[in-house]
Design a protein around this ligand. Sequence first.
Ligand code: URA
Length: 432
Amino acid sequence: MIELIIKKRNGIELTKEEITSIIDGFTSESIPDYQISAFLMAVYFKGMTRAETANLTDIMMRSGELIDLSEIKGIKLDKHSTGGVGDKTTLILAPLVAAAGVPVAKMSGRGLGHTGGTLDKMEAIKGLSIDLSREEFIAQIKKTNIAVCGQNANLVPADKKLYALRDVTGTVDHISLISSSIMSKKLACGADAIVIDIKVGHGAFMKTIENAEKLAATMIGIGEKMNRKVTAVITSMNEPLGCTIGNALEIKEVIETLKGNGPEDLTKLCLELGSHMLVLGEVSENLIQARKTLNNLIDSGAAYKKFEELISAQGGDLNVIKQPELLPSTQFLETYKSTNEGFISELNALDIGLASVKLGAGRETKESVIDHGAGILLKKKIGDYVKKGEALAILYSNNPASFTKAAELMELAYTFSQEKPLEKPLILKTVH
Ligand code: URA
């Protein structure tokens, strides 16, 4: 291991066998954490070649169970977002795309820190189970064309261990390490094609478009090596997506969006990502045709029906979907009012995400318990004009003491200007 650390430290490319011995030694605990930490730091500074990154991904992918979806007919699609605030696209996209005839095999994660997670949002629906066995997952996709569940413990165990070590050694934000971590999990889940939404901005992991582009190119390169089609769409996460942040609130917005009454930005993003999924899934010839199909599925009610099918297949209470006022709510709410007059020129997604965590909507640690009713309903977004004392947002919490802390964070999120700010694009770039 010492030789391999020195080799990487000197910027020399490692062979597949050498990377295998490092990852195997780490997972079997024959190589201590301190040597892996040194190795990670060497990677951080010297980087990895395309071949090394692809090999690392392949080795990590094979460290646990591989899901074989070959018995499901058609091109199976997966979608991944690098994480954001108010990002409920999976729960809109999955039924929308499945309704178009593309099988959607989606394994999702939980929220941590200021970002939300699909599984937490789903658990706001009474009775719904996110724990599907491999057999149940496959059977449900065969029957309904759609399943959204949690990742089981055997999926890419090497990444779980490596990510935990990266987290405490300052080696998370490295393109090769992020790409191999995400792609090993996506590939192990068995989909044939993947659309990746790479968020960039205040509320995202990637802060600059240049880094987002590098991440996109690396993930696409890995996909090519592994014979999977990958499309990456780089999108802005400077303000929260849609108007809700918090689990039950976001489910309400999902329902509205599937019925065609969603906020403009969220609808636009879903149509964009969904169109790429239909093209990759070979049910549409081009993006224009795909968009038409998706709009028709929303207008006809078929997309919403597919959502109901998903919820009921996984044991969720359909009454809660038909009457969203039955979703969890909170005992207390507070209107957050503007102390300024003018146009909102910035609405920092990171601060809003942190405020929602304070209200109980997210986790500060892995052990925190989520309050599914808690969160924020934004009444105004970037470009809106507000008067002093006008409502900017409604805060929901079961802990009234949390309102003050959340309001302090909200205060940081808003910047006002006297001129209407120029509209910034939501969809920045597509990379194939
Ligand atoms: N998400 C992951 O799964 N891995 C990373 O390294 C970063 C984000």
